[in-house]
Design a protein around this ligand. Structure first.
Ligand code: AMP
Length: 419
């Protein structure tokens, strides 16, 4: 029988990589805590409607990328393609934002999109996500953007660019949408097939088409800033002023519209110069209409998601530090079979005292055990002499020095000498 492989677009995060992932998530989590964000855990699957109504029927995600299936009860279920809609659902369902209350929430985990896999793009990928719900003030947008920048600063990422735009609101966007349709109609014959299909359904998305011809056409499109209503214009000016106050450099990109319908006002991305085609490490913005789209009262929100897989790629590329690789500190070796029981007991005692320790469980020879001890700091060796004297030989594997220690003092001796 042929061996079964992982589905296309998924991958295993093996031990040599997983500790680096933990470092990233831990660093992000500490930063979130410093910014007053609390962690939440959400379901990985939701009712399909949450995404079709929240993310938007005409988006790439909903039109062609969702993992949707009928469960055994005949309900349409979707593996979450992004986190924001689920966070909003949870906030509404659990009354987190009633009577003017706000909630600052973060989470991380796998997301699923049926995209064409390539470097930095997977079908199961991981996001770290932060959402600030219940605040419509531009200060919240600045806080979200600065939170994402601070996470990357702590991780040591360099060569990043913050790109921002305003995509307007339900008042001014329809006017802009109409202007875009009129403009693109005049260049219809030159647009790519995807953009042609987007023309009536979602003309804003033509602005971020990566094809060269469409890009050139989009460059000549009407400027969104000319269509923004006073409120959106003011909001955007406040976001910019806030970023400048904190000393953050950013670029304006009027063609940044992002792939999800729920964005209003601020949209932003953080791009890495070291990622090639899939160059966004984080994306986010404001979504004041998402709550009503998914059936709740109006709860304004702003947030971001960053791609863990891509952060990994950039950090490896730039030689960033992941802290110290966790390793087993003590190997307890039995010189002969009579000492295996004592080795097992000592290993257990060390572990109970939060010292990482291991010993052989497969009947290996002493020589083979010592070979396995290679990367540890200490080997605790027990043979007939040690059993007779109730001692243990503690060998420092860094400098090969060895001392005999009473068995009862073994744990405290190791504790004292580990650092
Ligand atoms: P989005 O939810 O599309 O705004 O994406 C937010 C971030 O998630 C992006 O900036 C990427 O870092 C990451 N991301 C999105 N899609 C993928 C994917 N298919 N594979 C890996 N990372 C992704």
């Amino acid at each position: 029988m042929a061996a079964i492989s992982a589905p296309r677009g998924t991958r295993d995060i093996l031990p040599e990589e997983s500790w680096k992932w933990s470092y990233i998530v831990q660093t992000a989590g500490e930063t979130m805590k410093n910014f007053g964000f609390s962690e939440i855990h959400l379901p990985i699957f939701e009712h399909t409607e949450l995404f079709s109504r929240g993310v938007g029927e005409t988006t790439d995600i909903v039109e062609k990328e969702m993992y949707t299936f009928e469960d055994r009860g005949g309900r349409s279920i979707t593996l979450r393609p992004e986190a924001t809609a689920g966070v909003m659902r949870a906030a509404i369902e659990n009354n987190l934002c009633v009577q003017g209350a706000s909630a600052k929430l973060w989470n991380w985990g796998p997301m699923f999109r049926h995209e064409r896999p390539q470097k930095g793009r997977y079908r199961q990928f991981y996001q770290i996500d932060a959402e600030c719900l219940g605040i419509s003030n531009a200060m919240a947008d600045v806080e979200i953007i600065s939170l994402s920048i601070e996470i990357f600063r702590r991780l040591g990422l360099k060569n990043l660019e913050v790109v921002i735009n305003s995509v307007g609101c339900e008042k001014c966007r329809p006017v802009y949408r109409q202007k875009l349709i009129e403009y693109f109609e005049t260049r219809k014959q030159d647009l790519c097939e995807t953009c042609l299909a987007r023309l009536d359904r979602n003309p804003l998305r033509i602005l971020d088409c990566k094809k060269e011809v469409c890009g050139q056409i989009a460059d000549g499109a009407p400027d969104i800033f000319d269509s923004l209503c006073d409120e959106c214009r003011e909001h955007f000016a406040e976001v910019r002023a806030g970023l400048e106050r904190l000393g953050f450099a950013y670029t304006l990109n009027k063609r940044l519209v992002r792939g999800l319908d729920y964005y209003t006002k601020t949209a932003y991305e953080i791009l890495s110069g070291d990622l090639g085609a899939q160059n966004a490490v984080a994306g986010g913005g404001r979504y004041d209409n998402l709550s009503s789209a998914v059936g709740g009262n109006k709860i304004p929100g702003v947030g971001f998601a960053c791609g863990l897989d891509r952060i990994m790629l950039v950090m490896e590329e730039q030689g960033c530090s992941f802290g110290k690789m966790p390793e087993t500190e003590v190997y307890v070796a039995a010189l002969d079979d009579s000492a295996r029981g004592a080795a097992q007991i000592l290993t257990h005692e060390l572990r109970k005292n939060k010292i990482s320790a291991t010993s052989d469980t497969s009947g290996k020879s002493f020589k083979a055990q010592m070979k396995n001890a290679g990367s540890c700091k200490f080997a605790c060796i027990i043979g007939a002499d040690e059993l007779a004297n109730d001692t243990v030989a503690v060998k420092n594997l860094r400098d090969s020095s060895q001392v005999s220690v009473p068995m009862n003092d073994a744990v405290s001796y190791i504790q004292k000498n580990l650092n």
